[in-house]
Each structure stands twice: as structure tokens, then as C-alpha cells.
Design a protein around this ligand. Structure first.
Ligand SMILES: [Zn+2]
Length: 192
């Protein structure tokens, strides 16, 4: 399997660099996720997509890629692990973006920022109520802004921002950290 032609073992679509999940075999021969993409040995790639990750074992995709019988190391592996990792990344990047001034919270603040075209996209918590979510969806659409769901609850978003209370919606402006955050939000969206 050459690194140059990188494709998903489940759906066969070509993966761009930094775009897939790299799976290797650990010293015991068990499948393991190579988060940093630096572990040696034969590897297989999969899309950050719920369907692709769910079918790694179902249709023998991973076993074919490694040319040996393989069992999932845990139930539903690797979906819970990928979700937990993405949540951690989202939490870190939200903290960084906030400290860099690229991310704001608070409904009134965001409403003003959206009107002033400050925001590049909006983020909503995983547990935002449907009424509130619907209102933000409407505002976002009016301004052609993406409204991306986080894999974090309102209180986790508040915590990531260093706030005492919960935050259900955030506004992100264009910047180096929010660009990385957008990627992690898109990944998260494909996992649920
Ligand atoms: Zn795929």
C-alpha cells in the first residue's frame, strides 16, 4: 500500500493529505489508530465518516487491507475513540481561538457580531434546544454563514472558553485557529 495513493479501505474514495484516519497494527497485531501519522509499518486509511468507520470490520475491509484476520479491539471500535479524540481537539481549539480573539460567545454579543459581518461561521452546542437552534439557523442562513454543531455540550463549551456558565452558541471569525477548528467541527459532524 503506497502512501502516495491513499484511499479509504471502506468506500475506496481517494483521501487528501491530513484527511483520513490512519490505522496501523500494534506490536500484538491489534488494529490501533495512529493519531500523529508517524507510527511505522503497514497502514490502512479510512474517511472520518461514521459509515466508513462502522464498516471496517463488517465487510472485512480492514482485514483485506492488512491481509490477515482481524477482530475489533473494542465494541464499535474505532467510532467512540474517534469521537472522544475529536471532542478533545474541539475543546483545545475553542480555548485557543477564544484566547486569540477569534471566537466570541454570549447570545447578545453574537447577534451584534453577526450583523456587523464579524463572524465567519457559528458553532452550536450538541445539546442546544431546537427552538434556539432554529433561531440561529435562520440568522446564519440570512448571512450565508455555516452553523456547525460541536460534539460538546453547552456546559463543555462554557468550560472550554473558561466561562462559569454554559454557552450554546459561539461566533468564529476568520483566523488560523478557527480554520483548524472548522476542520474538527466538520469531522465531528460526519461522526454523528
Ligand atoms: Zn470512506
Amino acid at each position: 500500500m503506497s502512501e502516495a495513493s491513499r484511499s479509504c479501505v471502506a468506500c475506496r474514495s481517494a483521501l487528501k493529505r491530513d484527511d483520513g484516519l490512519r490505522i496501523v497494527l500494534d506490536p500484538e497485531g491489534q488494529p490501533a489508530i495512529d493519531w500523529r501519522g508517524r507510527l511505522p509499518g503497514r497502514s490502512a486509511w479510512a474517511c472520518y465518516q461514521k459509515d466508513c468507520l462502522a464498516s471496517l470490520f463488517a465487510r472485512g475491509a480492514l482485514a483485506r487491507a492488512f491481509k490477515q484476520e482481524l477482530q475489533p479491539p473494542a465494541k464499535r471500535w474505532p467510532i467512540p475513540q474517534v469521537i472522544a479524540h475529536t471532542q478533545k481537539r474541539q475543546r483545545e481549539l475553542i480555548g485557543l481561538a477564544s484566547r486569540a480573539g477569534e471566537l466570541k460567545s454570549g447570545a447578545n454579543v453574537i447577534e451584534r457580531l453577526v450583523i456587523r459581518n464579524w463572524a465567519d461561521y457559528l458553532v452550536e452546542s450538541a445539546d442546544v434546544g431546537s427552538t434556539v437552534s432554529g433561531q440561529w439557523k435562520e440568522r446564519a442562513e440570512r448571512r450565508s454563514l455555516d452553523l456547525l454543531p460541536a460534539l460538546l455540550s453547552s456546559s463543555e463549551l462554557g468550560g472550554a472558553l473558561g466561562k462559569a456558565g454554559p454557552r450554546s452558541v459561539l461566533a468564529a471569525r476568520q483566523g488560523p485557529v478557527t480554520r483548524r477548528l472548522r476542520q474538527e467541527l466538520k469531522r465531528g459532524q460526519a461522526l454523528i
